[in-house]
Ligand binder design. Structure first.
Ligand code: NAG
Length: 340
């Protein structure tokens, strides 16, 4: 889906009225979190916060899932430490992808092509005051309508800081090239995605195809994966505007080195990670994460086929572009790449 224009306009005004950058250092947040968790005389609350549940050693779940999640968290922190040079402050624009659930104290950074439609549906059920019951009964396009869910960038600075400090923050990631191939297949090989063909396809063909046919130039509906790769690695592309969210890197969408995510879920273990999260949030009785059909899912083998006719030179350029997502989330370099 193309970035909602309304959302952009709102943000523009937001950024102006909101000029002071948000003071949020990872370390501050961390020690603050530890302080809150360390206190023994917390006011009695009807429900434990998911963040408390996650970190409280009494409650600490020793299950396999919990230790895998802890490993991912530590690896992310280490990778951020080794591969990012300078910390900077967060701006409201950075928080656009964070969806807020004030009922269960959750912040979810959505990444397109990583089951984000289903996670948005689940959050609509959780925040909807009974308006929605069954995630899959919510039409996919409805889940992406701006305003159905609240983004953290809509809150005031104080409210933002409070939520960053006390809510359970999570993100779902996926093998970067499988995600990229999935975005390509979905946006450029399906007839119905006319908006993407017009907006991106025509431009890609104009710039990256030798002797394009007038029909292709006008419709933009037959972009090859190779042309898509040329578009991605062309320095002009990102100079003109940020990547569309469907192929933008998680590193740029969710700022995992600035925002300390408590849970990094993976597409590869989607069902179990999602169930675990809903349990942490105390919401596993309210909603079930939809199990979804795997029939059209992009796999590693499929990605390998798409990379087959990309020259080593462009494979390398593309890998460099997505390098941080590989490093931060512990994805190994695909064996099908010809990087030497
Ligand atoms: C990172 O990936 C390797 C190889 O897939 C795996 O063996 C290891 O357990 C992973 N580490 C973490 C912390 O997830």
């Amino acid at each position: 889906m193309i970035k909602p224009r309304v959302g952009r306009m709102f943000l523009a005004t937001c950024v102006f009225s909101f000029f002071i950058l948000i003071l949020y250092f990872q370390n501050n947040a961390r020690s603050a979190t530890e302080q809150i968790l360390g206190r023994t005389s917390l006011p009695e609350k009807s429900r434990r916060s998911p963040l408390q549940t996650l970190y409280d050693s009494d409650q600490l779940d020793q299950s396999a899932v919990a230790s895998v999640l802890q490993g991912r968290r530590e690896l992310l922190e280490q990778a951020c430490h080794s591969h990012t040079r300078k910390r900077r402050l967060l701006t409201p624009e950075d928080l656009r992808h964070l969806i807020v659930d004030d009922k269960h104290n959750l912040l979810y950074c959505y990444v397109p092509k990583v089951a984000c439609t289903n996670w948005k549906r689940v959050l609509m059920v959780l925040t909807g005051d009974g308006r929605y019951r069954e995630p899959l009964a919510i039409p996919a396009n409805e889940a992406h309508v701006p305003g159905r869910l609240r983004s953290l960038s809509e809150y005031t600075k104080t409210e933002i800081n409070l939520r960053l400090r006390t809510y359970l923050k999570f993100v779902f990631v996926r093998e970067p090239f499988e995600r990229l191939v999935s975005a390509y297949r979905n946006k450029f090989t399906r007839n119905y995605n006319v908006a993407f063909h017009k907006r991106y396809g025509t431009k890609i063909i104009r710039r990256h195809r030798v002797n394009p046919q007038p029909d292709a130039l006008e419709k933009g509906n037959d972009v090859t994966f190779e042309e898509f790769v040329y578009y991605l690695v062309d320095p002009r592309t990102q100079k003109e505007e940020p990547f569309n969210e469907h192929w933008e890197r998680v590193h740029s969408l969710c700022h995992p080195c600035l925002i300390h995510y408590d849970v990094v879920g993976k597409y590869e273990t989607l069902e179990q990670d999602s169930q675990y999260l809903l349990k942490l949030a105390g919401a596993d009785q309210e909603v079930q994460f939809p199990t979804f059909s795997k029939s059209t899912r992009t796999t590693g083998d499929m990605a390998a086929k798409f990379f087959d006719n990309i020259s080593p030179f462009y494979q390398k350029k593309l890998f460099n572009l997505f390098r941080m997502d590989f490093l931060l989330f512990n994805y190994s370099t695909p064996t099908y790449l010809k990087l030497r």
